[in-house]
Design a protein around this ligand. Structure first.
Ligand code: SAM
Length: 321
């Protein structure tokens, strides 16, 4: 049934009018100016917290991959929607061998490349090799842009970016194809996306049924939002004071699961951040990392964690994106 509905939305979508260029312009021009004091602290901790979640997810996956392989197995990763390289240090810490970065925003990609070169110079041991592709991953087959188009990766990561592909059925299909056809058998795809159920719930409890938020962030759906909501192209605007002001698309989780299955991807793990936090914080390493990364307001900082802190010394720089 999902596929029939998907096909309907594909027909309705006008590729020419897609929002890819709006999204790319937004990320290319992003500057962390104008964040008011009241928002600064919250945004700072929220970003650190998101980064902490990504660290957990990425390390967990790399561990799973390593467990199945011989020592020194050369892990390769595809980072879709890599932005300015917010996860470069995580890949370095995870000791991967090769990274393919892809993003629609050319200016962000330049920053990502620069950051990689800086990290490479600073690294005590040889850093992973990397390639950088500027592309709309929801519209083109990125395999053709790889240095070696036969390369398959162990892990595809798409952090805070996958939801852009739900603009239309065909874009979601292209994205899933880009994930699936480049992934080794038994490899992993990990993504972090806004929680559609939570958004729908907050919307239901909102005054106008179309928007909610607080003094720092706002989510606003257009007045002409169809009812029932479409499975693709369910657009809203996400505003985060001084940081984000951009259209995004809701992902209906069962639709994603069905579509992913079509591309040979089986869902093995899905968590909201609260549950993931409760699980991860049981692990002492991640408990310590919470304070090192300043991921929670009023969380005690362990002064003895200087060694790990060194590895995350540019965390703030990374998070300032
Ligand atoms: N993954 C990075 C991180 O976690 O720090 C960046 C996340 S940022 C919130 C979202 C990124 O998705 C932006 O860099 C944006 O340019 C990228 N993006 C959005 N739509 C895209 C598309 N169609 N193809 C490739 N990248 C896209």
């Amino acid at each position: 049934e999902t596929r029939v509905k998907c096909a309907k939305y594909e027909d309705n979508h006008n590729e020419e009018k897609g929002l890819g260029s709006v999204v790319a312009d937004h990320y290319n021009n992003i500057m962390n100016k104008g964040v008011k004091d009241r928002a600064k602290s919250r945004i700072f901790h929220m970003r650190n917290f998101n980064n902490w979640i990504k660290s957990y997810l990425i390390n967990y996956c790399l561990e799973q991959i390593r467990e199945r392989q011989v020592d020194d197995y050369p892990i390769s990763v595809l980072d879709l929607g890599c932005g300015k390289g917010g996860d470069l240090l995580k890949w370095q810490k995870g000791n991967i061998k090769h990274l393919i970065c892809a993003d629609i925003a050319a200016v962000s990609m330049e920053a990502c490349k620069e950051r990689y070169e800086i990290n490479k110079k600073r690294a005590r041991s040889p850093l992973f090799s990397a390639e950088f592709i500027v592309a709309d991953c929801t519209k083109i087959r990125i395999k053709n842009q790889f240095e070696n188009s036969n390369r398959m990766v162990d892990l595809v990561s798409c952090q805070f970016a996958f939801h852009y592909c739900f603009e239309s059925f065909s874009q979601a299909e292209t994205m899933l194809r880009n994930i699936s056809e480049n992934l080794k058998k038994g490899g992993y795809f990990i993504a972090t996306v806004p929680n559609a159920y939570e958004i729908m719930l907050r919307l239901k409890n909102s005054e106008d049924g179309l928007s909610f938020g607080n003094e720092v962030y706002q989510i606003k759906f257009p007045e002409e939002r169809p009812a029932p909501p479409p499975l693709f192209g369910d657009r809203y605007n996400f505003y985060l004071e001084g940081v984000v002001d951009c259209p995004e698309f809701l992902i209906h989780p069962p639709t994603l699961e069905a579509l992913a299955a079509k591309w040979g991807l089986k869902q093995v793990w899905i968590r909201d951040f609260q549950t993931l936090f409760e699980d991860a914080v049981k692990d002492r390493e991640y408990q310590n990392l919470l304070s090192v990364m300043k991921a929670l307001e009023n969380y005690p900082t362990n002064e003895q964690e200087t060694e790990t802190e060194g590895e995350y010394s540019h965390a703030e720089d990374h998070l300032a994106q």
